[in-house]
Ligand binder design. Sequence first.
Ligand SMILES: CCCCCCCC(=O)SCCNC(=O)CCNC(=O)[C@H](O)C(C)(C)COP(=O)(O)OP(=O)(O)OC[C@H]1O[C@@H](n2cnc3c(N)ncnc32)[C@H](O)[C@@H]1OP(=O)(O)O
Length: 202
Amino acid sequence: MSTENPRGPSPGHPALIPPADALRPVRHPDAPAPGELLGTHYDHCFGCGGAQPHGLHLQARAGDGVSITAEFTVQAAHQGAPGLAHGGVLTSALDETLGSLNWLLRTIAVTGRLETDFVRPVPVDTQLFLQAEVTAVAGRKIYSTAVGRIGGPAGPVAVRANALFIEVKVDHFIDNGRQVEIQAAMADPDQIRRVRAFEVNP
Ligand SMILES: CCCCCCCC(=O)SCCNC(=O)CCNC(=O)[C@H](O)C(C)(C)COP(=O)(O)OP(=O)(O)OC[C@H]1O[C@@H](n2cnc3c(N)ncnc32)[C@H](O)[C@@H]1OP(=O)(O)O
């Protein structure tokens, strides 16, 4: 097997290609400083929450510009084939990392489309090093890309993804989420945690 995907980055679905008049993403002035851990946005989030025993417990850190780095270690509970990470779990890690980018834009957005290239199998106990960045913004549409490496932050590529997130109002969650969790999140006295809980579909 070669060290890089011989096909190179997948061009992806046409909907993942920004239009010609798309804008460069702008980091929000109040975004966390480069190197700062973002922390969990919602305790019950499968991607980053501490209250999910089999969750990814992914830790994301602000990077330069509108970029994120994140790590997660594949657990036995994340297997698909014996001793190997389930592809859907790896896609979840990419989704979580890409979703974290929206916090740097201070935009509430949900995943509309997410395409994953699985380049290498990822064994249990492997640490996956993820990097993601927003590439363009066009109205409510946020275009982003991510890569996951194994063996170190500069190691071989195991997964990569392109995504389109769509900006939504907080009503998206309030109108669609199960009421018991919505009420609990809205009752959180910490305003930042309350806002961040509604970054994604709870
Ligand atoms: C820290 C945070 C970590 C978070 C990580 C996890 C993030 C998540 O997983 S979020 C949960 C998964 N996603 C969801 O549940 C979203 C479900 N989908 C929806 O609610 C809706 O389809 C939604 C909101 C995306 C779009 O609906 P709506 O607001 O009516 O917008 P709509 O008018 O259809 O589309 C807006 C634009 O986006 C485009 N678009 C919408 N969906 C897609 C799609 N799937 N593919 C391509 N383009 C799309 C439309 O074509 C339209 O483009 P244009 O403006 O050029 O005409």
